[in-house]
Design a protein around this ligand. Structure first.
Ligand code: FUB
Length: 476
């Protein structure tokens, strides 16, 4: 098998890389860490924390190939400020491996955390998929299998066995996708997460697939993001890559190509993961933007990601500022039930969007128009927005981010949360102040209600209408 050839690294500045700082807060900007070079990020949300698992680039300036021996972990409780926990797995974690700590991903199951890695074995062939296991997101991790899960000798394996993405469906069935050199592969995993079940298959519909798959599910639809390097709208030069995505109604496909999630980045490789955290979707990816960075000296970045009302994904805006802090509704945890609800309202302006209120996200400010807005101009007085679920939900907290366009829509005079008690709407009891502040999530707590419908009644200031950028309802 021929080995992958990577384009030469760009002419990088010589910058000494600082020693690894363990468990120290990193900067709130992109790239999210510059004390070392990091690549191939894979996000995971556990409770109120987002973790990022990433490889470490150790190639010197001017190198023309990867030097990667460690996998590191970062964490954040607001997606803006990151703590670096150091290397939590290395080549030495796998006694049968000798080099190339390439892309990895962690998947939790039954209280354990399975870390799937791309790594070069000492035997025949090149890259393999290994799997380590730990009892916490930070490990310690040990080899779970004592040998590769996938190797060049696996029947119908990829031309390059790298870049595993593992997904456990609601029915408990686990799936693994992986592969490079334009050769995606998929296989079912046993419930022990360290054995394959059945044949390795070649998924269809992943148009222009190159490498780096990332699988997730949203509203019952399966999404596969992956790196492509075609010049048909993806990149200007096929040494680079973008992230395309496809959707399917079955985790094994067939897939339907949908478009580009992330355009070309400043490094030749493009590797990303998508996750929902505190009601906002994020993409984590790498680029060459850190001081002294290059194609083999990459750095992890985080940006917000948005879905359209029809489930398609808006192309990511790459920023140097990174996302604003998102500590969640009131700084607490809990599942936001808004995205799974059907929204209705007493009135929405024809040019605004009711879907804005539950399409996920935490706005940057009350004038943020980047992710749709709900407004009820020219109505004044009391209007309402409502969520309805097919089955009753237990809810005890809500947050609302008001829209203020500095024109006809202003912050409200007051608001009240109500729930459907089976025959009518009544105010929730034990309700804290329904806040009317701009530029923040106004959190309301109340005694838990078990209901299929929650309503936010909004009363305008005199002479104005009202609007909402995001309304969250938290499961108690
Ligand atoms: O970091 C090494 C390799 O580069 C990864 O496995 C690929 O996805 C690409 O990012």
């Amino acid at each position: 098998m021929s080995r992958r050839r990577w384009p030469a690294a760009g002419c990088a500045l010589v910058t000494a890389v600082a020693a690894i700082a363990v468990a120290t807060p990193a900067q709130a900007a992109n790239p999210i860490i510059t004390s070392i070079y990091t690549a191939d990020p894979a996000p995971l949300v556990v409770g109120d924390t987002m973790y990022i698992y990433a490889g470490r680039d150790e190639a010197p300036t001017g190198a023309t190939n990867f030097q990667m021996r460690e996998w590191h972990v970062l964490s954040s409780t607001d997606a803006a400020t990151w703590t670096h926990h150091g290397a939590k797995a290395t080549i030495a974690t796998f006694g049968w491996a000798g080099a190339d700590a390439w892309a990895s991903e962690v998947e939790p199951r039954n209280g354990k955390y399975y870390w799937y890695t791309s790594v070069n074995g000492n035997g025949a062939g090149w890259m393999n998929i290994g799997v380590a296991v730990g009892d916490s997101p930070l490990g310690p991790f040990t080899d779970a299998k004592g040998g590769p899960l996938i190797s060049d000798s696996t029947a119908n394996s990829s031309g390059l066995n790298i870049d595993p993405t593992v997904f456990v469906d609601d029915d408990g069935q686990a799936y693994m996708y992986w592969g490079g050199y334009w050769a995606p592969r998929a296989v079912r995993l046993a419930s022990n997460m360290i054995d394959t079940v059945g044949s390795v298959v070649t998924p269809t519909g992943l148009t222009n697939y190159w490498e780096a798959p990332w699988m997730f599910k949203r509203n019952g639809l399966y999404y596969m993001m992956y790196a492509a390097n075609d010049t048909n709208g993806c990149v200007t030069n096929s040494n680079y890559a973008c992230q395309r995505y496809a959707t399917a109604t079955n985790p094994m496909g067939p897939w339907t190509h949908r478009g580009i999630v992330l355009g070309q980045v400043s490094s030749t490789t493009n590797h990303a993961g998508i996750v929902e955290f505190n009601g906002q979707w994020y993409i984590v990816y790498h680029n060459a933007n850190a001081p002294g960075g290059g194609n083999f000296r990459r750095s992890v970045a985080v940006d917000r990601l948005y879905f359209n009302a029809d489930g398609t994904i808006q192309q990511v805006v790459q920023t140097t500022s990174g996302p604003p802090p998102n500590p969640g509704g009131g700084g607490g945890s809990g599942t936001n039930l808004g995205p799974s609800a059907t929204a209705s309202t007493s009135y929405v302006s024809a040019w605004e969007n009711l879907s804005a209120i539950n399409n996920g996200g935490t706005p940057a400010n009350s004038q943020d128009r980047s992710n749709l807005a709900y407004g009820n101009w020219p109505q004044q007085g009391t209007q309402w927005i409502e969520y309805q679920w097919p089955a009753a939900k237990s809810i005890n907290k809500s947050s609302v981010y008001w829209f203020d366009d500095n024109q006809g829509i202003d912050l409200p005079a007051s608001c009240q949360l109500q729930y459907w008690n089976g025959s009518q709407y009544v105010a929730v009891t034990g309700q804290s102040t329904c806040g009317a502040a701009g530029n923040v999530e106004n959190v309301v707590t109340f005694n838990p209600v078990n209901t299929t419908r929650l309503r936010l009644q909004i009363t305008s200031r005199s002479g104005y209408s009202t609007g909402v950028l995001e309304w969250k309802a938290f499961q108690s």
